[in-house]
Design a protein around this ligand. Structure first.
Ligand code: MEV
Length: 402
């Protein structure tokens, strides 16, 4: 690589990935005229070693730290759980813990999950008129068996391709196959994509077609987790507010989100405030979880709140959250990242289903806590008292306050 100073102003840096990390940092430093201190901060390694960072991603120059905290008070299916959360937003941990404390007064959270079934899509461009229904019905099992070839370890654990379905997009004469695969404790993206690519190879023998995309869908609506809680109104009693009134206002806040997409978006951001930090702390793919969650929230054709709140006949507040939750506890970053490993241990080494249930409970707790504050004293009181520490730190560092 040519490392003349004048070249550094271009972001075109062929061979960057082959350089030692120190040289990558120096190039970035020169490119943006960074101070020695900036360069040092960009290139911090602690739990993730330079070798590991280089394995995780290309062009690594450092690692990025986030605060890691522990949310308290969670009682899930009768079990006490401490929740590791990696997040930069000041009030998230306190809010999750508070939501869990409220839920505890009604016995905590009940959580369930489906089998860990992911879906892969295969896009086929039909080139002639064929009775694809008849052909696929006849060959369905052969295709499933073919997908499972070479997946002995997954099959031994009870996983593997389980079902094949399809739909025709008439406007484009496209046939879309859906291959459902139980990936057990893996998130499973690689398993799904490998199987889809394999099965697609058989398609031209079955129909006159070209093969398009072969990729998992992140709308994993066959791999969901569900969390529920029922909380007596007294749990919401405070000096300033009567619990019954707060419960009533929380239910009305939910109805606002149900009927208004602007509010639903913020409501759902609050749900993901709880889920993403656990997904990150356990080394899982939070972009996949975000994409699936928002698509699921819009599955009726209208974007709705992810949680559902109602008041039962005894005046209790009842909450439910069900979301696609494709997370793993084996493989990839989950296994290699030392902090993710420790976070999973803190959670009692759950399998993937149990982890997805825990995450769903945290999302429900987080939403409950936000709605409680919004429906009573407002969000800023608690938020600003926590944020004050940030402001004081900024003042000490001489940073501009907006
Ligand atoms: C802030 O990060 C999240 C909230 O805006 C969520 C909500 O409004 O429900 C407080």
């Amino acid at each position: 690589m040519n490392s003349k100073d004048s070249d550094h102003l271009s972001s075109r840096l062929p061979g960057f990935y082959e350089l030692p990390i120190g040289e990558r940092v120096n190039l970035a430093k020169t490119f943006a005229s960074l101070s020695d201190n900036d360069a040092k901060n960009l290139s911090q390694f602690n739990t993730i070693s330079p070798e590991l960072a280089d394995v995780f991603i290309e062009n690594a120059i450092g690692t990025f730290s986030l605060p890691l905290g522990v949310a308290t008070n969670f009682l899930i299916n009768g079990e006490e759980v401490l929740i590791p959360m990696a997040v930069e937003e000041t009030s998230v941990l306190a809010a999750a813990s508070h939501g869990a404390k409220l839920a505890r007064q009604g016995g905590g959270f009940d959580a369930t999950s489906s089998e860990p079934v992911m879906t892969g899509q295969i896009q086929l461009f039909l080139k002639s008129h064929v009775d694809f229904d008849a052909i696929l019905v006849e060959h369905r099992q052969t295709l499933i068996d073919y997908a499972n070839r070479g997946q002995d370890r997954l099959l031994a654990r009870g996983g593997g391709a389980k079902a094949l379905s399809w739909r025709h997009i008439a406007e484009e004469n496209l046939l879309i196959l859906h291959l459902d695969i139980d990936t057990r404790d893996a998130m499973g993206a690689n398993i799904v994509n490998t199987m889809c690519e394999r099965v697609s190879g058989l398609m031209p023998e079955l129909f006159h077609c070209d093969i398009g995309l072969r990729i998992l869908t992140n709308l994993t609506d066959k791999r969901t987790a569900k969390a529920q809680c029922t909380i007596p109104p007294q749990a919401f009693d405070s000096k300033e507010f009567c619990g019954k009134e707060v419960v009533d206002r929380i239910e009305k806040a939910y109805r606002f989100a149900f009927h208004d997409v602007y509010r639903a978006t913020t409501h759902n951001k609050g749900v993901m405030n709880g889920i993403d930090p656990v997904v990150i702390a356990t080394g899982n793919d939070w972009r996949a979880i975000e994409a699936g969650a928002h698509a699921f929230a819009a599955r009726s054709g209208i974007y709705r709140p992810m949680t559902h709140w109602r008041i039962d006949g005894n005046g209790n507040l009842c909450g439910v959250l069900e979301l696609p939750m494709a997370v793993g506890t084996v493989g990839g970053v989950t296994k290699l990242h030392p902090t993710a490993q420790a976070a999973l241990k803190l959670l009692g080494n759950p399998n993937a289903r149990k982890l997805s249930e825990i995450m769903c409970c945290v999302g429900l707790a987080q939403n409950l806590s936000a709605l409680r504050a919004l429906a009573s004293e407002g969000i800023q009181k608690g938020h600003m008292s926590l944020h004050q520490k940030n402001l004081e730190m900024m003042k000490r560092q001489g940073a501009t306050r907006y």
